[in-house]
Write a protein that binds this ligand. Structure first.
Ligand SMILES: *Cc1c(COP(=O)(O)O)cnc(C)c1O
Length: 458
């Protein structure tokens, strides 16, 4: 019995096992589970429940117990190659953003306290200032997501008025968010214009001339589709020629980027927020966790007089973001002040810009580290996508691994990977099980390696 008790590992040793170290649970809860499990084993040994303690797999036992305590919302490894994956939390939050959320919120904060005057302050002035500096707008405000941005903008500025939307831009995005529905609920009357494939400037001119209730034009980014072939639509700079004191030009950019990606990759062109402002949009709306690469939020920026009106609206408070989001957004916008930092530190941007040869190098290095003889791991070419309703046509050349396990079909492999302590989401394509390394982060690799090397196939 003494010999058996001696084989029980120390709490420290177990805690530092990578699967347990990386297990998505706070340290104190983890330590409690480890101590309780080891105590239980000790008692079972006293009760002569084991013949031989060397057969006990302590890590497995603890992991099983940890699973019962696991948060339901948990980190996963994205092996799908879709960068802004709607089901996997859209953009990965940059590490420094997470660190700053902690440091700014460890105690009270000056959320609505002006440290200069010692009086009440504006909780989001710094966001307006940062965006003005970055994109040259007069002012900006922030709400919970871009859907909210569209709603509150229309409801506070154009209720009971009419707005023109091109038929080619009647977007439905995931989760059945439909532009025409949102417009209806905001109390604004939508006037459709043009045809599915073509809308011309004089379609707008003709309508505006005859209907004085028209007070706005909404241009919507066709996020998740492209109309190809015999097409035309009217750009923001052309539409801005139609503006007058009674007509607001709003652009819902959806993904909204501050970076001109054509400088770094050959993905399809996305108009930047700063260009829309420069080309005459009165207001531009976009998401915080699509191409911006931050957290869920919706930005409204443009003319100060309009932003002030939106912020004064009674409903604005129901859409306002919390202090955690505010500190995240402040950090993100600060990163953008130096574009070279954005490319390195914002995972979404880094992944879009990472060259295929660099992904290939990561794959080659990874494969060398897999020693499990039960698996066959081979390098494979993949096509990654941006996802999240951004750059719908962009196919990014990339690399990944194909996993083959003796006597296991692709679905079994998929299930095994998904049931790992940190679930690994692979893809099945042509009956092959593939992990696309485009979306495998540096700190995911060690876990993946461990998962594959320790896989005992029975
Ligand atoms: C994604 C998107 C939205 C909604 O943005 P959320 O941040 O998901 O609320 C609205 N409009 C367009 C064009 C979009 O692409």
């Amino acid at each position: 019995m003494k010999e058996m008790l001696k084989k029980i590992p120390s709490v420290d040793l177990v805690f530092n096992d990578i699967q347990i170290k990386e297990f998505p649970l706070d340290t104190n809860s983890k330590l409690t589970v480890i101590k309780n499990t080891l105590d239980q084993v000790r008692q079972d040994i006293f009760k002569n429940k084991f013949d031989d303690s060397s057969s006990i797999n302590f890590i497995e036992l603890i992991l099983n117990n940890l699973f019962n305590h696991k948060n339901k919302l948990t980190r996963v490894i994205n092996g799908t190659g879709t960068i802004i994956h709607t089901n996997l939390g859209r953009s990965v939050i940059p590490k420094i953003v997470l660190q700053n959320i902690v440091s700014s919120n460890l105690g009270y904060s000056n959320l609505e306290y002006n440290l200069k005057t010692g009086k009440r302050g504006d909780r989001e002035q710094f966001i307006s200032d940062a965006l003005s500096e970055l994109v040259g707008c007069e002012a900006a405000c922030i709400v919970n997501n871009n859907a909210a941005a569209v709603f509150i903008t229309l409801n506070s500025l154009l209720k009971n008025k009419k707005i023109i939307v091109s038929r080619g831009e009647m977007v439905e995005i995931g989760g059945s968010f439909r532009i025409p529905e949102i417009i209806k609920h905001s109390g604004v009357k939508m006037v459709e214009i043009g045809s599915t494939n073509k809308t011309h400037l004089n379609d707008f001119t003709n309508l505006i001339e005859v209907d004085e209730k028209i007070r706005g034009i909404l241009k919507v980014h066709t996020s998740n589709y492209k109309i190809e072939g015999f097409t035309s639509n009217v750009s923001i700079d052309k539409l801005s020629q139609l503006k007058n004191d009674n007509l607001i030009l709003i652009e819902d950019q959806g993904s909204g980027t501050l970076i001109d990606f054509s400088k770094y990759t050959n993905t399809e062109k996305e108009e930047t927020v700063q260009n829309s402002i420069k080309n005459g949009a009165d207001l531009v709306l976009f998401s915080g966790d699509k191409l911006l690469g931050g957290v869920q939020a919706g930005f409204i920026l443009g003319k100060k007089i309009l932003i002030d009106k939106i912020k004064k609206h009674q409903l604005f408070r129901t859409f306002r973001v919390n202090k955690i989001v505010l500190s995240a957004v402040e950090t993100i916008l600060n990163i953008y002040k130096d574009e070279s930092r954005a490319i390195k530190e914002i995972p979404t941007i880094r992944m879009i810009c990472e060259k295929a040869v660099d992904v290939e190098k990561r794959v080659d290095n990874f494969i060398k580290r897999i020693t499990n003889k039960n698996l066959k791991v081979t390098k494979i070419r993949t096509t990654s996508t941006v996802g999240g309703g951004s750059m719908p046509q962009s196919k990014i050349e990339s690399f990944g691994i194909e996993l083959m396990v003796i006597e296991l079909g692709e679905n079994k492999i998929f299930e095994y990977l998904k049931s790992y302590a940190i679930p690994i989401i692979s893809i099945i394509k042509n009956k092959k099980n593939i992990i696309d390394f485009k979306t495998v982060l540096d700190h995911d690799e060690e876990i993946l390696e461990r998962c594959l090397n320790e896989w005992k196939i029975i």
